[in-house]
Design a protein around this ligand. Structure first.
Ligand code: KDG
Ligand code: MG
Length: 405
C-alpha cells in the first residue's frame, strides 16, 4: 500500500478547522486534525509545501517511521506548527490502519481499559449563581465533573465567559483582528474562592469541580489560590501559571495540595518531562492535535504512568471532532487516563461536516466501534464554509500592560 495524495481543507463552520486527508493507492483514506487556533494557514501551508511531497509513495502502515521522519528527520524539530502537521498525518495513518484491519483504533492501542470515557463539562456564567445553575443542569444529565468559570465583576470580559452571555467565546469564528480583554488579579481573587465555596455548599459531593486559571497568575499567586481552594477538594486547578519555565511548578507544588493540571499548549514530551518526572502535576492536558498525534500522546501517557500522572486531554472547541475521536480511542485504552474535557459535539454546520457515532451517556462517551477513528468528513459541506481569519483575544492589565491570555 502506498500514499497517493494528501489533501488539506480549511473550513469555518463557526470557527476554523484544518483537516488532512491521506489517500492511498488502494482507495482507503485516513483523516487528521491540524487546527492551530489563529494560525490555521501556517499549518496548512506547512503540510502542503513541506510534508505532502515527502510522503507521496511511502507505506502508510509505517506509522512510527513516518512520525520519526517528520520529527527527527527535520532539523527544525518541535513547535506548534510542525507538531500539528505531524499530528494530523499520524491520526490519518492510524485511521487507515484501523480501516484496513477493520478494527476501531482503540483495539490497535491495546483494547478497552474501561467501559466509557468520563468527561468534564463547562459551566461558564455571568454570575456565581448563573454558573452554578448551569452546573446543576450538567449534574442532572449525569456529569460527574464540571469546570466552573465566572465573569469577574468590574471586568468587561474574561477567559471562558462572554460579556453579552451569548455563547462560550471560543466558538466565535470571525474576529479578523485580536480582540482585547482586561485582567485584574486582585478582582479575580475576590471572586474565585467564593465560587467554589458556594459550589461545595450547593452540590456537596454530587460532582467534582475544576477551574482554568488560563496562566494569568504568577507562581506565588497560584500557590496562594491553590491553598485557598484546598477546602473544596477540586478535581484540579488548570494552567495555574505559565510553564515555559517548568520550575515555576516547584514553587506552586510546595505550597498546595490542590491537584494541578497543565499542558494544553505542549507539543512534545520534552515540554512536560520535568513536570512529570518530578511529580509536580497530577494531570497532563496535552492534545493529540498539538502534541504529535496518537503516537506523540502515547509516548507522553506511558511516561506519565510511571509517575502517577494521569491524562486529561484538552477538549476545547478549536480541536476538531477528528481530534476528539482520536482522544476517545486513547482514553478508552490508556490505563492512566483521568478525565476528558468536553464542550459538546459542535454546532449544526460542524456536525454536517464531521459525522461520527460517538454517544454521550451519563457524562461519559461511549466509543464507536466503527473501523479506524470512526469520523467521516463531508468535503461538499466543508466547502460551503470558507476560511475566515480569526484570532484569540489578547489580555491587558487595567493600566494597559500586555498580560497572559
Ligand atoms: O486555543 C485556545 C483554547 O483552546 C483554550 O483557550 C481553551 O484553555 C482552554 C481549555 O482549557 O479548554
Ligand atoms: Mg485550558
Amino acid at each position: 500500500m502506498k500514499i497517493e495524495d494528501i489533501k488539506v481543507y480549511v473550513t469555518n463552520p463557526g470557527r476554523n478547522f484544518v483537516t488532512v486527508k491521506v489517500i492511498t493507492d488502494e482507495g482507503v483514506y485516513g483523516l487528521g486534525d491540524a487546527t492551530v487556533n489563529g494560525r490555521e494557514m501556517a499549518v496548512a501551508s506547512y503540510l502542503e509545501e513541506h510534508v505532502r511531497p515527502c510522503l507521496i509513495g511511502r507505506d502508510p502502515h509505517q506509522i512510527e517511521d513516518i512520525w520519526q521522519y517528520l520529527y527527527m528527520g527535520v532539523y527544525w524539530r518541535r513547535g506548534p506548527i510542525t507538531m500539528a502537521a505531524i499530528a494530523a498525518i499520524d491520526m490519518a495513518l492510524w485511521d487507515i490502519k484501523g480501516k484496513v484491519a477493520n478494527l476501531p483504533v482503540y483495539q490497535l492501542l491495546g483494547g478497552k481499559c474501561r467501559t466509557g470515557v468520563t468527561l468534564y463539562a463547562h459551566a461558564n456564567g455571568e454570575t456565581i449563581e448563573d454558573t452554578l445553575d448551569i452546573a446543576e443542569k450538567y449534574i442532572e444529565q449525569g456529569f460527574k465533573a464540571i469546570r466552573l468559570q465566572t465573569a469577574i465583576p468590574g471586568l468587561s470580559e474574561t477567559y471562558g465567559v462572554l460579556g453579552d452571555r451569548k455563547d462560550y467565546f471560543e466558538l466565535q469564528g470571525n474576529r479578523p483582528l485580536p480582540p482585547e480583554q482586561e485582567w485584574s488579579t486582585p478582582k479575580y481573587f475576590e471572586l474565585v474562592p467564593e465560587l467554589f465555596a458556594k459550589a461545595k455548599e450547593r452540590f456537596g459531593n454530587r460532582a467534582q469541580f475544576c477551574h482554568d486559571v488560563h496562566s494569568r497568575l504568577t507562581p506565588i499567586e497560584s500557590a496562594k489560590l491553590g491553598k485557598m481552594l484546598e477546602p473544596y477538594n477540586l478535581l484540579f486547578l488548570e494552567d495555574a501559571s505559565i510553564a515555559e519555565n517548568q520550575d515555576n511548578y516547584k514553587l506552586i507544588r510546595h505550597h498546595t495540595t490542590t491537584p494541578l493540571a497543565l499542558g494544553e499548549t505542549y507539543n512534545t514530551i520534552w515540554d512536560c518531562k520535568d513536570l512529570i518526572q518530578n511529580q509536580l502535576i497530577d494531570y497532563i492536558r496535552a492534545a493529540a492535535t498539538h502534541a504529535g498525534g496518537i503516537t506523540g500522546m502515547k509516548k507522553i501517557a506511558d511516561f506519565a504512568a510511571i509517575y502517577n500522572v494521569r491524562t486529561a486531554p484538552h477538549g476545547a472547541p478549536d480541536l476538531s471532532p477528528i481530534c476528539f475521536a482520536a482522544h476517545m480511542h486513547l482514553n478508552i485504552s490508556t490505563h492512566n487516563y483521568g478525565v476528558q474535557e468536553f464542550v459538546g459535539f459542535g454546532n449544526e454546520a460542524s456536525q454536517k461536516i464531521f459525522k461520527h457515532e460517538m454517544k454521550l451517556e451519563n457524562g461519559m462517551i461511549m466509543v464507536s466501534d466503527a473501523p479506524g477513528l470512526g469520523v467521516e468528513f463531508d468535503e461538499e459541506e466543508a466547502a460551503k464554509h470558507e476560511y475566515k481569519r480569526s484570532y484569540l483575544p489578547v489580555s491587558r492589565l487595567e493600566d494597559g500592560t500586555l498580560w497572559h491570555w
